[in-house]
Design a protein around this ligand. Structure first.
Ligand code: RNT
Ligand code: ZN
Length: 419
C-alpha cells in the first residue's frame, strides 16, 4: 500500500493525515541528555554510584564520557528522529574548562552552559533544565527537606542558580525553558515524622521560587514520586504534596507527572485530563515502568499511545502539555535507546492525531457505546505504518526499518572505540 492509498482510508473516516503531520511537526518533545551517559553528568566523580533513589543497570560499551561525546551522540539521535525537539539538560551537565573551572552546584552560572546554548542554537533547538538534587556528596541523604540548615541552604542556592540558568537558556534560545524540580528525598523505613520534611521542602521551594523570573519564559515544575530505591517507605515529594504545591502556586509553578512514579495500576493517561481541568499547563516525563520506576525505553505500547491520545484530545500540542522523555537504559546501545523512545513518542502522537477523536466523542455523548467500541477497535488495523513512514520522509529522517544500520555503523566506528 502507498501513502496515497492509506491517506484515502483515513480520509474516509474524516481524518486529514497531511494536516495531522503539519500539527505534529510544530510540537516539541524534550530529549533528555541523560540517556547518553547513564545519568552521570560531568560535575562529580563518574565512578561514584548514582544516589537519590534512581538507578541505571547495565554496562553496554560506548557511554559518553565527555560533553563532546554526548553531543556527538545526540547529533546521531537528532538525525534519526522526526519532529521538533528540545534538549533537556540537568545541572550536573555543566561544562567546565580552563576558562570556567569547576564550581559546586550552588555556584553554577549561565556561562557553564554556554556550550550547550551554542549546541542548541546551531541546531535550532530549545532547551529545558533541571536542578540536580541527587548524586552529590552534600545529600545528607536529604536535600531540600533536610533537617540540617547547611544542607538545605546549599540546595536552595542551587535551585536559585538554576532559575537564573533557565532564564538564560530561554532568553538565548528564544523559547520557554521548563525547569523541573525533583528530589529523591525520602526514607527507607517507617519515618517518625512525615510532616517536618514536607514543611521544610515546601519552604525551600518557596525560597527557590522567590528568585525573580518571568513565568512566560521559565516554567518551574514540581515532580512527584511514590517511592524509589532506598526510599521505599516514604517520599517527601509525594503526589499529593507536589500537586498541592503546584495548585497553591499557580502563578509560578506547574505540576509534572512522570508515568513511572505512581502505583502500577494507576494510569497517567487518565490523570492528564484531570489536571488540565484545573491547570492551564502541565508537564510530563514519558517513560516505561516495569513493576516499578525502572525507566525502561519508551515503546509504542498501550499506555504510551493512551498518554499521547490524551495529550492530543485535550489540546496539549498547543503547548499546554510540556512533553519530555525520561528513561535511561545502560544495558543496550544508548543511541538506539534514545532513538527508539523518541521515535515511539512521535509515533504515538501521530497515531493520536490520525484518530477521529471528535467523531468518537460524539458517539460517547450520544450514548452509542456499542459502535464506539467497534470503531475504536477498527482503528487498530488501519494502515498507520504508511502514515508514519511518510511523516519520516517529510521530516527527512529514515523510515521504519532503515535507521538501525546507521546506529550499528556508529557503534562500530565511534562507540566501540570508547574504552
Ligand atoms: C527520577 C525522576 C527524575 C529523574 C531525572 C534524571 O525518578 O524521574 O525526573 O529521572 O531528573
Ligand atoms: Zn522523571
Amino acid at each position: 500500500m502507498s501513502y496515497q492509498e492509506a491517506r484515502e482510508r483515513y480520509a474516509a473516516l474524516g481524518v486529514d493525515t497531511d494536516e495531522a503531520m503539519k500539527r505534529l511537526v510544530e510540537a516539541p518533545v524534550s530529549l533528555h541528555c541523560w540517556q547518553g551517559d547513564d545519568v552521570r553528568g560531568f560535575d562529580t566523580d563518574p565512578t561514584k554510584p548514582l544516589t537519590g533513589g534512581i538507578q541505571t543497570t547495565g554496562n553496554y560499551p560506548g557511554r559518553a564520557r565527555t560533553p563532546q561525546e554526548l553531543m556527538e551522540d545526540l547529533d546521531v539521535v537528532l538525525s534519526l528522529c522526526p519532529g521538533k525537539k528540545k534538549i533537556n539538560l540537568h545541572a550536573s551537565y555543566a561544562i567546565f574548562d580552563e576558562e570556567n573551572p569547576w564550581v559546586d552546584r550552588d555556584r553554577l552560572e549561565p556561562r557553564h552552559f554556554k556550550k550547550w546554548v551554542d549546541f542548541c542554537r546551531a541546531r535550532g533547538l530549545g532547551a529545558d533544565f533541571n536542578p540536580t538534587f541527587f548524586s552529590h556528596p552534600k545529600c545528607d541523604p536529604l536535600t531540600l527537606s533536610s533537617p540540617h540548615e547547611q544542607t538545605r541552604r546549599f540546595f536552595i542556592e542551587h535551585g536559585k542558580a538554576c532559575i537564573r540558568i533557565a532564564s538564560y537558556l530561554a532568553r538565548e534560545l528564544g523559547q520557554p525553558c521548563v525547569m523541573n524540580i525533583w528530589t529523591g528525598d525520602g526514607f527507607k523505613d517507617i519515618p517518625a515524622d512525615r510532616m517536618g520534611p514536607r514543611v521544610r521542602y515546601r519552604e525551600a521551594l518557596d525560597e527557590i521560587l522567590s528568585e525573580p523570573f518571568d513565568f512566560e519564559w521559565v516554567k518551574p515544575c514540581i515532580e512527584s514520586k511514590v517511592f524509589g530505591i532506598g526510599v521505599e517507605a516514604y517520599t517527601v515529594g509525594s503526589a499529593e504534596f507536589a500537586l498541592s504545591y503546584a495548585a497553591m502556586n499557580r502563578d509560578r509553578c506547574i505540576p509534572l507527572m512522570d508515568n513511572g512514579h505512581y502505583h502500577p495500576t494507576e494510569m497517567v493517561s487518565d490523570k492528564i485530563p484531570a489536571l488540565l481541568a484545573f491547570f492551564p499547563e502541565i508537564a510530563l516525563h514519558v517513560t516505561r515502568p516495569i513493576r516499578w520506576d525502572s525507566d525502561h525505553v519508551v515503546l509504542f505500547d498501550d499506555e504510551t499511545r493512551e498518554i499521547c491520545k490524551e495529550i492530543v484530545r485535550c489540546g496539549g500540542l498547543d503547548g499546554s502539555v510540556k512533553i519530555a522523555l525520561d528513561y535511561f537504559d545502560a544495558s543496550i546501545n544508548r543511541v538506539s535507546a534514545w532513538t527508539v523512545g523518541l521515535r515511539n513518542t512521535q509515533k504515538a502522537l501521530l497515531h493520536a492525531l490520525v484518530t477521529p477523536n471528535e467523531a468518537f466523542s460524539r458517539l460517547q455523548d450520544e450514548g452509542r457505546f456499542t459502535e464506539l467500541m467497534v470503531r475504536q477497535e477498527e482503528m487498530k488495523t488501519m494502515p498507520f505504518g504508511e502514515i508514519w513512514d511518510e511523516y519520516c520522509r517529510r521530516c527527512g529522517v529514515p523510515v521504519e526499518g532503515a535507521w538501525f544500520e546507521r546506529v550499528m555503523a556508529y557503534e562500530r566506528d565511534v562507540l566501540a572505540k570508547r574504552v
